[in-house]
Write a protein that binds this ligand. Structure first.
Ligand code: NAP
Length: 251
């Protein structure tokens, strides 16, 4: 595991799970870059909360699916916070809830662009910085996938489920390719979690509607996902590589 200061990029750190992850990592001593797309004020607020933990915070606006934006993110973080030692690929979108046959191509394309290409582009830059093969000091990547990757999300967003299965395949492949070079790569698969994502997809009550199908009979809190991410990022998980950790209340 990396010695010295930890500098972790959290994409989608302005709200929901990503904000909880940023704060939790700050409490564990990480300097945190907070990627966001539109929520400038929310990202600044998370940055203030991160700084209150005694570490540095850097909010950076970007679209993770745009290569030049990802390059600017990693260049800025390297200049302002120091060498990157961790990445949490958390930024994600679902598009509106609906039947597969009624899902427009542009919605499918956007979900694949953000969830898959965005995670690939961010991982590539992070691995170039962290892999000992390229002179880095090792590090960690955690990909925020979804229980949908194995449930398939019928009648809701099969294209999103497919994108998250791709994320988990990326985890397995990168773990094997970069494990020898000091980088661990793991996934967390959240189940229904109380964030704004459900309102964005068209049903703010969705996590509670799902509760009867969740063995613990409730949706999760963002902090419960952040705890799993933080463990995977920590030295406590030093032999955990290529794992796909379900955090879904048993669903
Ligand atoms: P959320 O509340 O909707 O927040 C999404 C975050 O991603 C925001 O910070 C948003 O930035 C950012 N983002 C979206 N598209 C982006 C882009 N193209 N470039 C940069 N940033 C972008 O979502 P959440 O519920 O916290 O979900 C976080 C992750 O967990 C996602 O990958 C999601 O698929 C996964 N997940 C969530 C649930 C759940 O029930 N909530 C379940 C399983 C998996 P802005 O604030 O600027 O818009």
């Amino acid at each position: 595991m990396t010695q010295g200061q930890r500098v972790t990029v959290v994409t989608g750190g302005s709200r929901g799970i990503g904000a909880a992850v940023a704060l939790r990592l700050a409490r564990e001593g990480h300097h945190v870059a907070i990627g966001y797309e539109r929520s400038h004020d929310a990202a600044e607020q998370v940055a203030r909360e991160v700084r209150a933990e005694g570490v540095r915070a850097l909010p950076v606006q970007l679209d993770t699916s745009v290569e030049a934006d990802v390059d600017r993110l990693f260049d800025t973080v390297g200049d302002r916070l120091g060498a990157v030692t961790g990445l949490v690929n958390n930024a994600g979108v679902t598009g509106p809830l609906g039947r597969f046959t009624e899902t427009p191509t542009d919605v499918m394309r956007r979900v694949l662009d953000v969830n898959v290409l965005g995670a690939l582009l961010c991982s590539r830059r992070a691995l170039l910085a962290m892999s000992r093969e390229y002179g880095g000091e090792g590090g960690c990547v955690v990909n925020v996938s979804s229980a949908a990757a194995t449930l398939g999300a019928p009648d809701e967003y099969v294209h999103y489920a497919a994108s998250k299965a791709a994320v988990d395949a990326m985890t397995v492949g990168l773990a094997k390719e970069f494990g020898p070079w000091g980088v661990r790569v793991n996934s967390v698969q959240p189940g229904a979690v109380l964030t704004e994502m459900h309102a964005t997809m068209g049903d703010p009550e969705r996590p509670w509607k799902k509760a009867t199908a969740i063995p613990v009979r409730r949706p999760g809190e963002p902090e419960e996902i952040a705890a799993a991410v933080a463990w995977l990022m920590s030295g406590e998980a030093s032999f955990t590589n290529g794992a796909v950790l379900r955090v879904a209340g048993g669903a």
